[in-house]
Design a protein around this ligand. Structure first.
Ligand code: ATP
Ligand code: MG
Length: 234
């Protein structure tokens, strides 16, 4: 569904992603493991058009998307939960969700889209008039995911959605990611929580200093030395 072929980026003179090649298969959950500063967020930002690669190509459903603007990428069917969630603090839950459908602001089925989000996250329905800034961390995580789903993406990119959440909430969040995938959405899951992501992922990649150093099915990665030593030590 999405292919990166030899993608390289730099920040000023500093190279970041080096010759990254990876494939996300339709209908699957693919996870990306990597330590702090390895380039995971840069990779997400590159896919959505916020960072321009100086080499390589990104293809989504057969079309090049690496020269598109972020709003055009969203319109093609790619949704993102950015690092740190970035909900609009002064807006209510409902307003935040509406922003998620901004690429099609005349969508007639806005209410239906919102109802589907509320079905996944009943807590958001209870709090639809509450300002995002006053929501708990877990509720903001749900809101960020709900907002991304409002554009009805075929591919959902998640940048460390579980960061800072309690173990119970992390558990719930991963269940929801799995449910979203079960409803047909392809998922790219960037996570530090290797154990949990490999438990729900079909396949994964390991990023180290901007380079892909490991790839395989979830079972292969769980068994590999690089993953066991660096990411499954606890
Ligand atoms: N706008 C920028 N300008 C310069 N350097 C940047 C910029 N954004 C990121 N970097 C650098 O690129 C490297 C990769 O950053 P990135 O945010 O992609 O890492 P990450 O894998 O997401 O890390 P984390 O797990 O901490 O979120 C880091 O060394 C970071 O300092
Ligand atoms: Mg990051």
């Amino acid at each position: 569904m999405l292919d990166l072929a030899g993608v390289s980026t730099r920040y000023g003179a500093n190279p970041m992603l080096r010759d990254v090649t990876l494939t996300l298969r339709e209908g699957e959950v693919t996870c990306l493991l990597g330590s702090n500063g390895s380039g995971k967020t840069t990779l997400i930002r590159t896919i959505v058009g916020l960072v321009r690669p100086f080499a390589g190509a990104i293809t989504f459903r057969g079309d090049r998307i690496d020269r598109l603007k972020p709003n055009q990428v969203v319109r093609r069917g790619i949704g993102v939960v950015p690092e740190g969630r970035r909900v609009f603090p002064r807006m209510t839950v409902e307003e935040n969700l509406r922003m998620g459908a901004y690429a099609e602001w005349r969508a007639r089925d806005l209410a239906e889209r919102m109802a589907r989000v509320f079905a996944l996250f009943p807590r958001l329905a209870e709090r639809r008039a509450q300002r995002a800034a006053t929501m708990s961390g877990g509720e903001q995580a749900m809101l960020a995911m709900g907002r991304a789903l409002m554009s009805r993406p075929a591919l959902l990119l998640l940048d460390e959605p579980s960061l800072g959440l309690s173990p119970l909430l992390v558990e719930q969040l991963f269940d929801i990611v799995q449910a979203i995938n079960g409803q047909g959405t392809t998922v790219f899951l960037v996570e530090q929580n290797a154990r949990k992501s490999l438990a729900i992922a079909h396949r994964g990649y390991v990023l180290q200093k901007g380079e892909i150093v490991g790839a395989g099915t979830a079972a292969e990665l769980r068994a590999s030395d690089v993953v066991r030593h660096a990411y499954l030590t606890t």
